[in-house]
Design a protein. Structure first.
Lengths: 328, 396
């Protein structure tokens, strides 16, 4: 599929996944990839975390939009801000202050579980209706909360029979169930527990909402070492005791090239290669397991050997993302 | 006094495991409880939302809201434990914990039923953010008072901020204490007199926004709950005291990823604000470092190898293999260096706390063999003495 086509399949993409799997990384990558096709992108960050702006080397985000990169804007949309915004838009500006001050708001929000989620998604809906950008990316809340986040509107329709909150929930359900307007992109890592949890989350979301799931993004995959498939064939990178067998293979190559490699270094090189081969094998196994259990196409993004995400890394990931989309 | 992990499981009575989501908190809590039991203590681990396979290994299901003993041959197959060592596990069920409290402290069956059947109560007990944290603390209190355990290891919920459980009791109390709705608790006739026109108008507006059933439920709840806040407040105070006891230990768990480390650092600061201290820092999923060579030098070596002129196809293949291996070693040592520099930021915040590292493991930890293996890594002695036992990388 062409990247431009992929990015315009729906106008809102909700990026969801367990904490620590790289949701923010994927959001940033997708934003840059989409902007390259000439689209304007708005990232909506619902937890008010700072990681996203830092990756673009920008000051932290606020309720007002700010520019992160050419074609990419971002803003926060915390539940509290969405609530105040909504009260004001519904002619309740006068009491909104009082609701907050007296703590009555917390009680009302408790009485209507999911109300804050609905107001956040409701605001996303109005951003969509106003055509604030060609593509709106929502960096969803972490973990199991993603399910609550997406199902709360449906749940509220069962609990509240009248009033503007119900109207808002209806709008949100409509947005979520229209594949031309909204899709969910699930993110995971090719590891056992994240894969198992992602499968559960995917089925829960499909069962409980009419939301359309896009491809699964498998983040943090080790790329091939580029040693002529040695990892797969076990030629030299299979761990021997203390890495000695493969250290011999390293020395063999060094002799062929007539370069000096100390015994210690040969051992380190061999062990690092064996470690990578081992991790890669586990990851392959887990990605395959995911493919078996969840019939969705996968977009695999590479593991980055830098603990800090910056613009260079995002650009690199966007290249890979585009390639992977093309292969879908 | 320099803390040690041995001190945590041997002398700690309450051990709170905290950290952001996805860093292996639950697993680490289980490892600590197993180690305590091996050292002869009657230990219980309170897990919160464990991964399915770990729950299975611990013999837990939805009905395990109170501690269940785990047969010794499962966690100590070789019979190495010190005498009296026992291991229990439970899985926190927020709603039943809350229901149990209401049942225990309601003044009459009628009050209990009115509360349990109220839909606002059902939302508080299952959906309110913070309730899970609060119930974890109530459970801790219950186990401390009546459980007879030497060692209570508590996992904390994966909240957005790792320290929500410290504030959770206050938050729930504030909600139960709300003035506007307390006005509604007084009997109907008085209420009309006491609650002025302003309050009534206010309630009316709220009804318009969310519907009157919702407001009626709220009012009914506050009426039904009357008289019970006092007990909740007392216990909340006791929990706060318990957290400050000299036998309470805080274990901060993190991964070396930047966002997790940021959260851990934030937590270490906040815990200090509560006049508490981190006793141990456990870092999971640390990349091994292979040798002492720095990434930059290795990368340069890879580049110069790639430029090497060769005369045969065979040598060209050897060249690309060797260059790739140098690049790979550079990559791993670079990430190891970065992780260690990130961790420095949290290490300076935890003062004299014990610091222990667990490397990337080939498999997720979900059975007792694996828990024991992590225990050996943490308690081998190296974990206490040498903050970087993985400098050489794992042996094959």
């Amino acid at each position: 599929m062409e990247l431009a086509q992929f990015c315009s399949t729906s106008r809102v993409i909700i990026v969801a996944g367990k904490g620590g799997v790289g949701k923010t990384t994927v959001t940033a990558t997708l934003a840059v990839a989409a902007a390259r096709t000439g689209m304007s992108v708005l990232i909506v960050e619902v937890e008010g975390k700072s990681g996203l702006a830092a990756a673009f080397d920008c000051p932290s985000l606020g309720y007002e939009e700010s520019d992160l990169a050419p074609g990419v804007r971002a803003r926060t949309l915390t539940p509290d801000a969405a609530l105040v915004d909504w009260l004001e838009n519904n002619g309740l500006k006068r009491i909104s202050k009082r609701l907050v001050q007296t703590g009555a708001l917390d009680i009302v929000a408790t009485a209507v579980p999911g109300m804050k989620d609905i107001l956040v998604l409701g605001k996303v809906k109005s951003l969509d209706v106003q055509r604030s950008a060609d593509l709106i990316l929502v960096d969803a809340p972490a973990a199991g909360h993603a399910i609550t986040f997406l199902t709360s509107a449906q749940g509220l329709l069962d609990a509240v029979s009248v009033g503007p909150v119900r109207k808002q929930a209806t709008d949100v359900v409509e947005l979520l169930s229209d594949p031309e307007r909204c899709r969910v992109l699930l993110v995971t890592m090719p590891e056992e527990t994240p894969v198992s949890e992602l499968v559960d989350t995917a089925f829960a979301i499909e069962d409980r909402t009419g939301v359309h799931l896009g491809p699964v993004v498998v983040n943090g995959c080790y790329e091939e070492l580029g040693v002529d498939g040695t990892a797969r064939q076990g030629n030299g990178d299979r761990p021997g005791p203390n890495g000695s067998a493969s250290a011999a293979a390293v020395q063999h190559d060094a002799e062929l090239l007539d370069v000096f490699v100390s015994e210690r270094e040969a051992r380190d090189l061999a062990r690092a290669a064996a470690f990578r081969a081992e991790r890669a094998a586990i990851q392959h196994h887990q990605a395959d397991r995911l493919a078996q259990r969840l019939p969705l196409p996968q977009i695999r993004l590479p593991f980055l050997f830098t603990a800090d995400l910056g613009l260079d890394e995002i650009e690199h990931l966007a290249d890979v993302f585009a390639r992977e989309v093309k292969a879908l | 006094v320099t803390g040690s992990l041995a001190d945590v499981v041997e002398r700690g009575h309450v051990v709170i495991c905290c950290g952001s989501g996805g860093v292996g908190k639950t697993t680490t809590a289980a490892v600590l409880a197993v180690e305590g039991a091996r050292r002869g203590r009657s230990a219980v681990v309170v897990t919160i939302d464990p991964a399915k396979r770990l729950a299975n290994a611990l013999g837990l299901d939805e009905l395990s809201n109170s501690p269940r003993e785990i047969a010794t041959d499962r966690w100590d197959p070789k019979g190495e434990r010190a005498p009296a060592g026992q291991l229990f596990a439970m899985m926190l069920d927020t709603k039943s914990t809350f229901d149990d409290l209401v049942t225990r402290y309601a003044s009459s069956d009628e009050q209990r039923t009115r509360i349990l059947e109220n839909s606002f109560y059902r939302n508080i007990s299952s959906a309110l953010s913070g309730t899970q944290e609060y119930m974890a603390m109530e459970k801790l209190h219950e186990l401390d008072e009546g459980g007879g355990f030497d060692l209570i290891v508590v996992d904390t919920p994966p909240s957005r901020h790792a320290l929500d459980f410290l504030d959770a009791p206050q938050r729930l109390l504030r909600l139960l204490d709300n003035r506007i709705f307390r006005l509604l608790m007084v009997p109907t006739r008085t209420y009309l007199r006491v609650a002025g026109a302003a309050v009534q108008a206010f309630i009316k507006t709220v009804s318009r926004v969310v519907g009157s059933e919702v407001v009626n439920d709220i009012v009914a709840f506050f009426r039904a709950f009357e008289g019970m806040e006092e007990g909740f407040r007392d216990r909340a105070h006791k929990v706060v005291e318990l957290l400050g006891e000299p036998t309470t230990r805080f274990v901060l768990i993190t991964s070396p990823r930047r966002d997790a480390v940021e959260e851990a650092r934030f937590f270490a600061e906040k815990i200090g604000d509560h006049d508490l201290a981190v006793d141990a820092l456990i870092v999971n999923r640390v990349h091994p470092r292979f040798g002492t060579e720095h990434a930059a030098g290795l990368r340069a070596r890879a580049a110069s190898l790639r430029d090497l002129r060769v005369g045969s196809k065979e040598a060209a293949a050897a060249r690309s293999r060797l260059a790739a291996r140098y690049q790979n070693l550079a990559d791993f040592n670079e990430i190891a260096e970065l992780e260690r520099s990130h961790l420095e930021a949290v290490r300076v915040r935890v003062g004299s706390a014990a610091v222990a590292f667990v490397p990337y493991l080939a498999h997720d930890v979900y059975d007792f063999d694996a828990l024991a293996a992590v225990g050996r890594l943490l308690f081998a002695g190296a974990g206490d003495a040498d903050p970087e036992p993985w400098a050489e990388g794992p042996e094959d």
